[in-house]
Design a protein around this ligand. Structure first.
Ligand SMILES: Cc1cc2nc3c(=O)[nH]c(=O)nc-3n(C[C@H](O)[C@H](O)[C@H](O)COP(=O)(O)OP(=O)(O)OC[C@H]3O[C@@H](n4cnc5c(N)ncnc54)[C@H](O)[C@@H]3O)c2cc1C
Length: 359
């Protein structure tokens, strides 16, 4: 009989886990407290990348996931990444050479561009930088659309997705998790339960006595009103202004690592971002703030993903991470292999949820 797996959370990570498990022949139920599509996912800048101060092993993990997005695009109608490339000059001058050399040595398709090169890549920049790094293999995705397309594929493969359904606690028998109980008291039984609940993961684990320390750093993103034409080709990381144009036509911007802490001054920060966007991008002068989002990154305390079975609890699996948009394909693929086939990929070794840094 097919293994029955309950996935708690239908953001980009839960959707991908559910899809890969369905492909592996498991019987899937996904439950989500919201509408499906995620919470952190809906507040994300959604830049697909392997860059930024990562140890080499984590860099390769992320890169593997970038390839996973291309596979998902071919498997699921409606999953569409814009492989537009990313150009950055938001790097301290003293780090520039090391950053370039290191990533190039690791095999990242990074190339240095001068003022004319930057202008060719982004003709819409008012003042192109004199020196920047361009990575053609990076991309961006509309993350809620992608998560919903993946969930639709889960349903098409015979899985069940229950939205508006909050898991209140886990059900156990002889110390093994045998499913979860929803807010209205309904028990959903499963052979294995996967928590993909983003920032709620820590609280859910606590209900069963498992500790997993997390940091939820906030990030504000200013979404402009819709521009009637294409103003940017790809991802642009200028100092204090990381910006991209969505498929709908909005320019979305964050001040730092794709969204910084507004410290209670959302409106002021968004106004500043809009002013920076206007100073940077030709044709954006008439845009206004469309809306502002402040999301929290579901980050395990040491900054790296937590993926695996918590120590001492049978029947439970956890998947929580920042950069979940980048990482969703590889996480889904490897979690499915572990749950369906019993094979734990060696690339998951650093990310055990019971590691000393998290408990
Ligand atoms: C400002 C910002 C910028 C970011 N930029 C990037 C970026 O550029 N690139 C990148 O790769 N990543 C980025 N991230 C991180 C990325 O968005 C997250 O890592 C990713 O979205 C996490 O997805 P998830 O599915 O784990 O969580 P979520 O999207 O939060 O989904 C979790 C789901 O679980 C459900 N849930 C929670 N508790 C329960 C419960 N008890 N019962 C039932 N359902 C429950 C919620 O309703 C939610 O739908 C950014 C995040 C932020 C906030």
């Amino acid at each position: 009989m097919a293994k029955k797996v309950l996935v708690v959370g239908a953001g980009i990570v839960g959707a991908s886990v559910a899809w890969h498990l369905a492909k592996a022949g498991c019987a899937i139920i996904v439950v989500d407290a919201g509408e499906g599509g995620g919470v952190a996912t809906a507040h994300s800048f959604a830049w697909i990348n392997a860059t930024w101060g990562n140890p080499e092993r984590y860099f390769h993990f992320r890169r593997r996931s970038m390839a996973g997005w291309r596979r998902l695009e071919s498997e699921i109608p409606g999953v569409a990444v814009n492989w537009c490339g990313g150009m950055t000059w938001d790097i301290p001058a003293e780090d520039f050479d090391r950053f370039e050399t290191e990533h190039t040595r690791w095999g990242y398709g990074m190339r240095r561009v001068d003022n004319a090169g930057a202008q060719r890549i982004e003709p819409g920049l008012k003042t192109p930088p004199d020196r920047a790094l361009f990575v053609a293999e990076e991309g961006m995705v509309e993350p809620v659309e992608a998560a919903r397309a993946i969930l639709a594929a889960v349903v098409a493969a015979g899985g069940k997705v229950m939205t508006g359904t909050r898991v209140a606690s886990f059900a156990t028998r002889s110390g093994k998790v045998i499913g979860a109980t929803t807010g209205d008291g309904t028990l959903i039984q499963a052979d294995e339960t996967v928590i993909a609940a983003g920032t709620e993961t820590q609280n859910l684990l606590e209900t069963i006595g498992v500790r997993l320390r997390m940091i939820m750093s906030p990030g504000l993103i200013m979404h402009s009103t819709v521009a009637s034409e294409r103003l940017l080709n790809g991802l642009v990381f200028a100092p204090q202004c990381n910006v991209r144009q969505t498929r709908e036509g909005r320019l979305i911007a964050g001040s730092d690592f794709a969204g910084a802490d507004p410290k209670g001054e959302e409106e002021r920060m968004a106004r500043e971002l809009l002013a920076r966007v206007k100073a940077l991008v030709r044709g954006s002068e008439s845009l206004d703030i469309g809306f502002i989002t402040v999301g929290h990154r579901p980050t395990p305390a040491d900054g790296f993903p937590a993926i695996g079975r918590p120590d001492g609890v049978e029947g439970l699996y956890v998947t929580v991470m920042h950069s979940g948009v980048t990482l969703a394909p590889i996480v889904g693929e490897l979690v499915a292999r572990e749950i369906a086939e019993g094979f734990r990929d060696p690339d998951l070794a650093p990310y055990h949820p019971g590691r000393a840094e998290l408990v």
